[in-house]
Design a protein around this ligand. Structure first.
Ligand code: K7E
Ligand code: CUA
Length: 660
């Protein structure tokens, strides 16, 4: 080859190479969104953000002064609290004190007006384990008035008033010591449902494990809710005795299935464990059967039977005996495969979806078929306790293979269902058939998946448990976070992942990873923020937030009254002083201290703490609270305001003089 030809070829190759480099560089730059200011583009490049990252950042950023479109109420797991999170920003708005003391909310530190003190006095308070929050509903839609949450560890249910986002009531189940399927509400919040989990003798009695089959039971409790009073009414509530299979989760029927409640279960083996005695451990013992029983409960019929007096009383609480429930057509079973977890009713109420932890399918039942099977007495058998078991094929509508470890299912308004896959650590999107929403694809088919990080439990769609969910966002509540965040030592936060599901024709899109280092948020519900009609300040000065009424102890002027061994103090708080500032008591006297915040300005909250006496109160604008204690330690105590309320906040103090 001539040398000039060699040079020519080398020159062409060089030109092509340079051209490719330039094209690739330009392509990479233009892949970032156009129209961004050049410094934003430079920043994105400098931080190594991909176009997807930039999109996610823009999709979730909510500037100060603007508010989130949705609010998610997540359980705080074993913190015992509830966490409110803005969506799409994923910022924590508030931790609501529920089952555990919370000093900054004056909850459990000497303030008389709260449900913890009502139940346990000054404590100690048992450690809770919250699992499932439930927003109150009207006609199957969230109405933004109340929030309920169950405590698995102690068989309790709490009522939170969303006018002031404070817990108003805790009821302790008088018959059962634990729960899991709690809380779930009927479509007009007639009842708050609480389902027991691990079999126990009813009424907290003793019985040996050898008598598990005979003496242990489960309980499905219907707490009557009085919306006007904002309280559960135990006298009008009742439980239904069920066999000691481990009842698990629940969902209330709605629309087509209104009047029914569905509960999955997973120990039809009646296993009692005993690994240390060479017996199969629980994990094996309760997973032997291929099928367990979906409980199908006609709650209106149960209510009627209880009103007719067909109940027994255990620890003062009405219980419909199993025999009556069977005879009265309240309780039916249908088989559900394999180690079921999670039962979810679709928006039109027709379909009931169950996940089997050890089955790659979700099973979908149809309420019409269930009703037909009940009418035809289409039973495959009765269980050892006499409960009719409907024929599986007579109640089943479809099964969809979604992946490994299906747990919980949510729905949107495009005809799709979303199931969390614990083992696959993913969300599966699949199509519903015959629902009021219709997907363009063939029904009962897996159509998409997105990875989650890692080991997803529940998932929540915007307005997801209502008759009208919104195809907007889905939050994956993941158990493990492993490598997603800065190392926080051996105890890691959970990871809540925000996923865009609005583009139903295409992929689901991951928008945000949110570390939640407060306690395991099992479940959450997401409500449109404009449904919440929360107060800005309490309605009038002297408000008792516990009773939601004017307090008889409200004062506009400070004063001290002494009667016998009791000193009653009426204190007022306003920026930046207490009145009175000098309080003199004698050692051993009982102190009843009523405090009123006179402020009407939004956010002008004062705190109150008395060092040495372990007291802490939060006085929101207009609020009156009472703290009580015995002044049993002589000395001088500088009580003060614990909220930085003004420039002279540090001066907002007084002396409690306890004379010897
Ligand atoms: Cu699946 Cu308690 Cu709802 Cu946790 S439960 S995940
Ligand atoms: Cu009031 Cu600080």
């Amino acid at each position: 080859m001539r040398s000039w030809m060699r040079y020519l070829i080398a020159g062409v190759v060089l030109i092509v190479f340079v051209a490719i480099v330039v094209i690739v560089r330009n392509a990479r730059q233009s892949a970032l969104p156009a129209g961004l200011p050049s410094d934003a583009l430079a920043l994105a490049r400098e931080r190594g953000l991909t176009p997807d990252d930039v999109y996610a950042a823009l999709a979730t950023y909510v500037p100060g002064g603007k508010s989130d479109e949705y609010v998610m109420f997540a359980s705080g797991g074993h913190s015992g609290q509830v966490i409110a999170i803005g969506i799409p920003s994923m910022r924590i708005l508030k931790v609501i004190a529920v089952f555990a003391p919370e000093p900054w909310q004056g909850y459990g530190y000497g303030v008389e007006e709260n449900p913890l003190n009502e139940l346990y006095g000054r404590g100690p308070y048992p450690a809770a384990d919250t699992h499932h929050p439930a927003l109150s509903e009207t006609n199957g839609e969230y109405d933004g008035q109340f929030l309920f949450i169950g405590d698995k560890a102690n068989g309790r249910v709490a009522v939170i008033d969303l006018r002031d986002w404070e817990t108003k009531q805790i009821v302790k189940n008088p018959v059962f010591e634990n729960n899991h399927g709690a809380a779930f509400v009927t479509p007009n919040t007639e009842y708050v449902v609480e389902v027991s989990q691990y079999g126990l003798p009813l009424g907290n009695k003793y019985a040996p494990l050898e008598r598990y089959k005979e003496d242990y039971r489960g309980l499905i409790t219907f707490w009557k809710f009085d919306r006007k009073k904002g309280r559960i009414v135990p006298e009008q509530s009742f439980g239904i005795e069920v066999p000691p299979y481990w009842q698990d989760l629940a969902d209330c029927g709605k629309a087509a299935s209104d009047g029914w409640v569905f509960v999955n279960s997973f120990n039809t083996e009646l296993a009692t464990g005993g690994i240390e005695k060479g017996k199969p451990p629980f994990e094996a013992g309760v997973s032997q059967n291929d099928m367990d029983y979906l409980h199908i409960i006609n709650w209106r019929q149960a209510e009627k039977l209880v009103q007719q007096g067909k109940f027994i009383t255990i620890n003062g609480f009405k219980v419909l005996p199993l025999k009556e429930a069977i005879a009265g057509g309240v309780l039916y079973f249908t088989p559900e495969p394999k180690s079921p977890h999670g039962v979810d009713v679709c928006p039109c109420g027709k379909h009931i979806v169950v996940g089997g932890k050890l089955d790659p399918h979700v099973t979908i039942y149809n309420i019409e078929k269930i009703k037909q099977a009940i009418a035809n007495k289409d039973y495959e058998k009765t269980d050892p306790y006499g409960v009719p078991v409907l024929r599986f094929d007579a109640t089943k509508e479809a099964q969809v293979e979604v992946g490994l470890g299906p747990l919980h299912t949510q729905f949107d308004d495009q005809g799709y269902a979303y199931t969390s896959l614990f083992l696959d650590t993913a969300v599966a999107r699949w199509t519903l058939g015959g629902c009021k929403y219709k997907a363009p694809e063939e029904p009962w088919k897996l159509v998409g998946k997105i990875q989650t990080h890692y080991n997803i439990g529940h998932l929540a769609v915007t307005e997801g448990d209502t008759v009208n969910p919104q195809s907007k966002y889905l939050v994956a509540l993941n158990k493990w976070s492993v490598d997603r965040f800065t190392n926080t030592g051996p105890l890691l936060p959970q990871n809540l992942q925000l996923i865009d599901i609005s583009n139903t024709g295409e992929r689901m899109r991951l928008l945000y990873d949110m570390p939640l280092g407060i306690g395991e948020p099992h479940y959450a519900q997401i409500i449109r923020a404009d449904r919440l009609k929360s107060w800005e300040v309490y309605p009038e000065i002297g408000w008792d937030a516990h009773k939601q009424a004017k307090s008889p102890y409200a004062a506009t002027k400070g004063r001290i009254e002494v009667s016998g061994n009791t000193v009653t103090i009426y204190s007022t708080l306003i920026r930046s002083h207490f009145e009175p500032e000098h309080i003199k008591v004698k050692k051993g006297q009982r102190v009843v201290w009523h405090l009123t915040n006179l402020e009407r300005t939004r956010d002008a909250t004062h705190g109150f703490t008395v060092p040495g006496y372990g007291l802490s109160a939060s006085l929101e604008p207009g609020e009156t609270v009472t703290v009580e204690f015995v002044a049993d330690k002589e000395g001088v105590y500088s009580f003060y305001c614990s909220e930085f309320c003004s420039a002279l906040h540090l001066e907002m103090m007084g002396y409690l003089l306890v004379e010897p």
